[in-house]
Design a protein around this ligand. Structure first.
Ligand code: HEC
Length: 117
């Protein structure tokens, strides 16, 4: 048991993403859910399938110019940077959200969003 806990801790240090908790991330997502629902017509674009999608590319949402010109494809690193500080990650985005501080919250939230289909 001891040995297992130690091994798990080593894995978490080596690859934090493997230890992220999507179930907890669902709770953190409440901070986003008011704007990011899964239907069109919300205040923000749907985040289903956002990992692997080009930034600002959903047809059913009117993005800001800076988001459409961001020119990258969302991966976990980009997503986490954006959650930490939206304005820093995509300067000029009109997403009205100040960002999260807790690395654990960010990891768990990214795991949850990554699993949204
Ligand atoms: C008050 C509303 C609001 C909240 C709260 C909010 N967002 Fe957003 N989000 C937006 C808007 C509006 C955009 C479009 C920004 C633009 O076009 O510049 C956006 C865009 C995004 C995008 C880019 C999507 C794409 O299709 O390229 C991601 C990723 C994102 N938000 C994640 C989050 C996460 C994660 C949270 C919670 C921590 C969150 N947002 C909280 C309104 C919000």
């Amino acid at each position: 048991m001891m040995r297992f806990a130690l091994a798990a801790a080593v894995i978490c240090l080596a690859a934090p993403a493997l230890c992220a908790d999507a179930a907890r991330g669902k709770e953190v997502f409440q901070a986003c859910a008011a704007c990011h629902g899964d239907k069109g017509g919300d205040l923000g674009p749907s985040l289903a399938g956002v990992i692997g999608r080009k930034a600002g590319s959903r047809e059913d949402f009117r993005y800001s110019g800076p988001m459409m010109r961001a020119g990258f494809t969302w991966d976990e690193t980009r997503l986490k940077a954006f959650i930490r500080d939206p304005q820093e990650a995509v300067r000029g985005t009109r997403m009205p959200f100040g960002g999260l501080d807790s690395a654990a919250d960010i990891d768990d939230l990214a795991a949850y969003i990554g699993a949204l289909k």
